[in-house]
Design a protein around this ligand. Structure first.
Ligand SMILES: C[S@@+](CC[C@H](N)C(=O)[O-])C[C@H]1O[C@@H](n2cnc3c(N)ncnc32)[C@H](O)[C@@H]1O
Length: 179
């Protein structure tokens, strides 16, 4: 089932996390860009979405406030402390060292910024505890306001999603932890 079936829940989640006009957001492993397109509209002309994927062949055309980059999230450079929100859906769990990728995403976040990681539990043997490692890695990074949400309804078409959200400590409160 395509990940786009999850879009309405993803948009509600990003709204709840506090994605608002004028922000800079990283959409990592964007696929077709369905989330990027929503972000571009929500962020408006003063906001920016950096939409990345290792392969842009499926990525749709985007409005001018989208910076499209062919980019390997495991190795290519990201701007430091730049984004208000970083979001990756159905991406990091496919990579050989997801904890290291989480560390890279963390470094790209501004102090006080939010990280939102989503994955489909069906790809991990329907294990609804599969979000636990992401939560642990966020803890190792000394992230705050940690939250894990598992959704089993509706099972179709949107899958069984696990969402892990954390926030980088605001400037002056970081403990210096990192992967
Ligand atoms: C299952 S798709 C999810 C696409 C999109 N995030 C969504 O939810 O609609 C996984 C995406 O991750 C991308 N990807 C895989 N490895 C990557 C890497 N090392 N760096 C960046 N993107 C990667 C793939 O090209 C693919 O577009």
């Amino acid at each position: 089932m395509p990940c786009e079936a999850r879009d309405p829940a993803t948009f509600a989640l990003l709204d709840r996390v506090g994605v608002v006009e004028g922000m800079h957001v990283l959409e990592a492993g964007a696929g077709t860009g369905s989330v990027t397109a929503w972000l571009a509209e929500r962020l408006g002309a003063d906001g920016r979405v950096m939409s990345t994927d290792i392969d842009l062949v499926l990525h749709a055309e985007m409005p001018p406030n989208v910076i499209l980059r062919q980019h390997d999230i495991t190795s290519d450079r990201l701007p430091a402390e730049h984004f208000d929100v970083v979001h990756a859906r159905a991406v990091i769990q496919h990579l050989s060292d997801p904890a290291a990728v989480l560390g890279r995403l963390y470094r790209a976040l501004k102090p006080g910024g939010a990280m939102v990681i989503e994955h489909d539990a069906r790809e991990q043997g329907r294990d609804l505890n599969a979000g636990a490692p992401v939560l642990g890695w966020m803890r190792d990074l000394a992230m705050e306001d940690l939250e894990v949400v598992s959704t089993t309804e509706p099972i179709e078409p949107a899958g069984e999603w696990i969402v892990t959200v954390g926030r980088k400590p605001a400037a002056g409160t970081a403990t210096g932890a990192g992967i």
